[in-house]
Design a protein around this ligand. Sequence first.
Ligand code: FAD
Length: 491
Amino acid sequence: MGGGVSGLTLALLLALNGRKILLLEKGRHIGGSLTRFYKEGVPFDTGFHFTGGFSPGGILVDMLHVLGVADRIKPIFLSGPGSGVFVFDQDQAVYDMPSGTENFRTTLHKYFPDESVAIDEYFTRVKKVWQATVSLELRNIALSAKPIEEDFISLEQVLDSLTTNYKLKGLLSIFCLCYGTNPKEVSFANHARVAGGLYDSVARIEHGGEALIRAFRDCFVKVNIEVLCNTTIAECSDVKDDRVGNFVLDNGDKVSANDCTFTIHPQEILKILPRQHLKKAFVERVSSFETSNGFFSVFGVVENADPLTFGPSITSLLPSYDLNVLLDPLYDGPGALAVIRSVERNGDKTHCVINAFEPEFYARVKQWADSSVGNRPLAYSEYKARKVKEIKERICNLYPQCRQDLKILDAASVLTFRDYLFSPEGNAYGIKQKIGQFNLFGRQSLSNIYVAGQSAILPGLVGAMLSSFIIARSLVGKEKYTSFIEQRLCN
Ligand SMILES: Cc1cc2nc3c(=O)[nH]c(=O)nc-3n(C[C@H](O)[C@H](O)[C@H](O)COP(=O)(O)OP(=O)(O)OC[C@H]3O[C@@H](n4cnc5c(N)ncnc54)[C@H](O)[C@@H]3O)c2cc1C
């Protein structure tokens, strides 16, 4: 259930292992956050811009290979000067950080010559987490992976133990924006699992998430996966011997299934599972999960720009070195702003695209929560127009040469994301993954109900897909899974 990258990955893995699959998607089409949209013929990404995992031997390369879609997906690496820049408004400091863990580390040495011990110790600990995390190795993944020491210590605690330099701490916490949990609340281990991949390499994908959706769709046809869009489960019925007997769809049809895996937000799962069969502690735990931030996004195009020199690049504008502040729902100063430049093709046309996004919290737009797309009140439109103006000004200050030619074609608030992607509160990363939290993952409450998805182990493309590999191993069985992986990786 759920046709985002988690659901697509699991459906294909299980079908490749001989299972009969029905994929249910509430939206009009599959893809979830991978979906692109077009304005005036220009393609824009909604919820997937860049990823780690593409360097040789990288986890994403392996996953795509196993799924049989690797040859359809072309990474575009962000490397070279200017492709990964962090600008801190506080002191106008600019850090141009290269790709590759070793390059990143040695560049930090240059910016912070007195902090070499702290920097090296930080990267040693990131490496330790990677080596100790079995789920980052496809052959060895397991549902019951043992936690490590770094799962119980926050990013902030580790950084405080290494240095008092707030600028260095700020730079080392930047990737909090890529998983939505602040340094106080995220475990060092989870931080290292995401950040480690991004230090290694950052890449976009040619044609964005659409390339992935197309590749999955073609494979689905070959392995007879049935997809039902505009459809969800309304109710779990005929529960007997700890199993759901039938899943009643919202079109009234009844479906029986050996197993059902949910890849949607945990609080949405709670609405569907049969309450009378759930333990109170389970309900309380799931209800207590906090939803992660979303983004206010601005989508623009720079006319008359030269595609050969335009991108790709990511420049992050940071009003503070303290990521706890920038990810605080109550903070109402200018937000952290990621500005992504990329060259996109649509048919024979080439476009120089700018996509800028700033963390946004549901509380800011909650007063308009009852409205829907095409039916928003004037006050909301004014809020959106104000934000677009502010963000456009920041982009123009960053790239003064684009001021005349930057045309904003669209914008989206967390309400937009909520309504298009069916994501509670328009979240970007599912639930906030806090230190010591026991996420919803694997078999849950009833013997034929499973949970995967971005809220299970790690958010982002890689974390979402990994959760599905782990569930596939559970459903297919360790031996069959292992030989399947070996065989696919050797091909
Ligand atoms: C603005 C934004 C920017 C992001 N940028 C990046 C990035 O650059 N790199 C990166 O790696 N990650 C990024 N992410 C996060 C990334 O998109 C997600 O981690 C990942 O795509 C989640 O995949 P998923 O399949 O778990 O969930 P989703 O993509 O949310 O898919 C869930 C699917 O389930 C469907 N659904 C929901 N409820 C129901 C229901 N009741 N019944 C049936 N179907 C239902 C939805 O319609 C959706 O299709 C970003 C997210 C956002 C929002």
